[in-house]
Design a protein around this ligand. Structure first.
Ligand code: PLP
Length: 376
């Protein structure tokens, strides 16, 4: 007996873990002998931190990276046992759980080093710490004027094992930008200073996805791959996902909830910013900015309905929006974006339509869609 087909979900985020595994394997091959860190911060860029972390480990990720301490602790609580690093903490934050869970932490200032050393002393351990240097991003990291003092503190403070030296790039997605040369030079200066101070870090790391893929000279011991692990190009102006051999892992899709005819002159959605120039047939998509769909995509983005591209008409609302789809009927499939293999829009196209980057599109998805993982 066959069971009746389940109705199409109203709204879902489908994450293909086979794609994640494919990407991680591909990235490892590309940067060997450097190791690979898969960055799973911000709930795995919207893909689900724990399932992505497991898939990444299965595909051979040597390291996982998180931003905050609680993210890293959550990975341990979910059973992850490999090398794991996090890099963002506020003054006074509790390092104890991270250190007890054998998580590598990061410091950018002498004060942070002291806080970490104190926490390690309190629980009777040695903290593995990555020394972060600002080589030109002018965001986190020890400022150049403090480098000497920062390194001296890392040498002198007890209960610290400075296993890593690292920095982060400002313009990696623009390979010809002079900042890349400047940052590589500054990082090599840092490495020389650290060696001179008697430290021999196990891992030196500078590159994110774009740096790791586009500038082999800066792979050092480890590349921190975020967006590329999810199958999206870090540098759309340089190479597409497909050209990089990457498979986008996220699809956002659902059901058309209503199809209707509109007359010439009818204003569509809030503010009537779109007025039908002729009689047309539209479909109603049951997702909106309450589900992470950017309102900036009003009247600019496209979706796919029954295999054909359909323009968004007028404002994207909190829960729904209207598309130009001549054959749309309630229950039809609507794909907002996916890998692009069947003509559906991609996250990169949504990024272009909204004047942002694919990172923001995938990371913001979520609200009331059900999220499902396939390819387990
Ligand atoms: C998010 C992040 C990464 C990953 O960057 P991608 O461009 O997604 O590869 C790497 N390093 C640091 C410090 C980050 O915050």
């Amino acid at each position: 007996m066959t069971s009746p087909a389940a109705p199409r979900p109203r709204a879902e985020i489908v994450v293909d873990l086979d794609a994640i595994r494919h990407n991680v394997r591909r990235l490892r091959e590309q940067v060997v002998p450097a190791a690979v860190m898969v960055v799973v911060k911000a709930d795995g860029y919207g893909h689900g931190m724990v399932p992505v972390a497991r898939a990444a480990r299965e595909a051979g990720a040597d390291w996982l990276g998180a931003a905050t301490l609680p993210e890293a602790v959550a990975l341990r609580e979910a059973g992850d046992e490999g090398r794991l690093m996090c890099w963002l903490a506020a003054p006074g934050e509790d390092y104890d759980p991270a250190l007890r869970h054998d998580i590598d932490v990061s410091a950018s200032t002498v004060e942070q080093l002291a806080e970490i050393a104190e926490a390690a002393a309190r629980i009777g351990t040695t903290a593995r710490v990555h020394l972060k240097f600002d080589t030109g991003l002018t965001r986190g990291g020890s400022a150049r004027a403090d480098w000497q003092r920062f390194i001296a503190a890392a040498v002198e403070l007890p209960h610290l094992d400075p296993v890593g030296v690292w920095s982060h790039l400002a313009c990696a997605d623009e390979p010809d930008h002079p900042a890349n040369d400047a940052q590589e030079r500054a990082f090599r200066e840092v490495l020389a200073m650290v060696e001179e101070a008697g430290l021999h870090p196990e891992v030196r790391h500078l590159a994110n996805s774009a740096g790791g893929l586009l500038r082999p000279s800066i792979r050092f011991d480890l590349v921190r791959f975020g967006i590329a692990s999810y199958g999206l190009t870090p540098a759309p102006a340089v190479a597409s996902s497909a050209a990089l051999g990457l498979a986008p892992a996220m699809t956002v899709r659902g059901s058309i909830v209503l199809g209707k005819d509109v007359a010439a002159g009818d204003g569509i959605s809030y503010g009537h910013t779109y007025v039908a120039p002729a009689p047309m047939h539209v479909g109603l998509v049951p997702m909106g900015y309450g589900d992470g769909i950017p309102r900036h995509a009003s009247s600019t983005a496209q979706v796919q309905v029954n295999g054909r591209r359909a323009d968004v008409l007028g404002r994207i609302c909190m829960d729904q929006f209207v598309v130009d789809a001549p054959d749309a009927q309630a229950g039809d499939e609507v794909v907002l974006f996916g890998p692009g293999d069947d003509g559906e829009p991609t996250a990169q196209e949504w990024a272009d339509w909204c004047d942002t980057i694919s990172y923001e599109i995938v990371t913001r998805m979520g609200g009331r869609q059900q999220r499902v993982w396939v390819g387990r």
